[in-house]
Design a protein around this ligand. Structure first.
Ligand SMILES: [Zn+2]
Length: 296
């Protein structure tokens, strides 16, 4: 399939020095000599498709190159966008178009079915012990980043701190233009330790005929299934068959394989050890996805 991922990303290298976003967390050098300690800030280019639908985009993601350069040995030339869900403090104050074409949502979720506008980015749920979902998402994302870089992937980190000024549309449009796949990490708001699932593309004819969903929904599903397989391999229980149909802003705007993965809910283990296990399962699922796409 022809890809458009070679479009140059906007690199705002000066943004780190200017303090416009939190500095990237340094990778422990001892065990990961191949890992770049410093990434490049990637802001939203307002010329990108649907960028103008974003309400919050004065922050930046950070792109890490495996080995720190384009010609590092072992580099796969594959970029994974790791999106720790939530973590934009004023997100709930803004609304964005649920679908690029202005049609209403076909399922409920954080925002109700039928809504033309959705919360730009919600604050997420809270675990039964009071821990925020956003912080567990971030812990898992940071662990996944390390595992991916160590294995030759480049990684686009949407956030590495508690608060980044990027709403769901900004995150998705940056991923569309600067990554090969987009994995958003979440936990659900129920209280039953329900197990792992991904938000699958709703089986709704109008939704699946709407661009860019029409051109990409099958690859979203393939990525979701691969992640579920990787997580299952870590011994994690599934919720049902590992899918729950959900009309998400992320899915509605994605032009690369893109999944919201839910690692459990507010009763699930979110210790550092557990988040490491989730990250390992996600990493193995990502490997599976690329291997099957390459026909291996
Ligand atoms: Zn969430």
């Amino acid at each position: 399939m022809k890809k458009n991922r070679k479009m140059p990303c906007i690199l705002l290298a000066g943004a780190i020095a200017m303090g416009t976003f939190a500095p990237a967390v340094k990778v422990p050098a001892a065990e990961t000599a191949a890992v770049s300690a410093q990434g490049e800030a990637v802001g939203l280019d307002e010329s990108w498709t649907w960028a103008s639908n974003s309400q919050i985009h004065d922050g930046a993601a950070v792109l890490y190159r495996c080995g720190g350069s384009l010609d590092a040995p072992g580099r796969k030339n594959l970029t994974v966008c790791v999106n720790a869900g939530h973590g934009t403090s004023t997100g709930p104050d803004y609304q964005t178009l649920s679908h690029p074409d202005g049609t209403p949502k076909v399922t409920g979720g954080t925002n109700a079915e039928g809504m033309i506008y959705s919360t730009a980015i919600s604050s997420g749920t809270v675990f039964l012990d009071g821990t925020s979902e956003a912080s567990a998402n971030l812990m898992t994302a940071m662990a996944l980043k390390e595992k991916l870089l160590q294995d030759g992937y480049d990684v686009l980190m949407i956030r590495e701190s508690d608060d980044v000024r990027l709403d769901n549309i900004a995150r998705t449009v940056i991923a569309n233009n600067c990554a090969d796949i987009h994995v958003a990490i979440h936990f659900d708001s129920t209280q039953s330790d329900k197990g792992v699932f991904f938000c699958s593309v709703p089986d709704d004819a109008s939704y699946r005929q709407m661009e860019p969903v029409a051109s990409h929904w099958q690859e979203h599903m393939a990525l979701g299934q691969a992640l579920i397989q990787g997580l299952s391999g870590q011994g994690l229980a599934l919720f049902g068959d590992g899918t729950l149909q959900m009309d998400l802003t992320q899915t509605s705007y994605s032009t690369i394989p893109s999944v919201d993965i839910e690692l459990g809910d507010t009763a699930s283990d979110h210790s550092a050890e557990a988040c490491g296990r989730y990250a390992q399962g996600l990493k193995e699922g990502i490997d599976l996805f690329f291997r099957s796409r390459a026909g291996e």
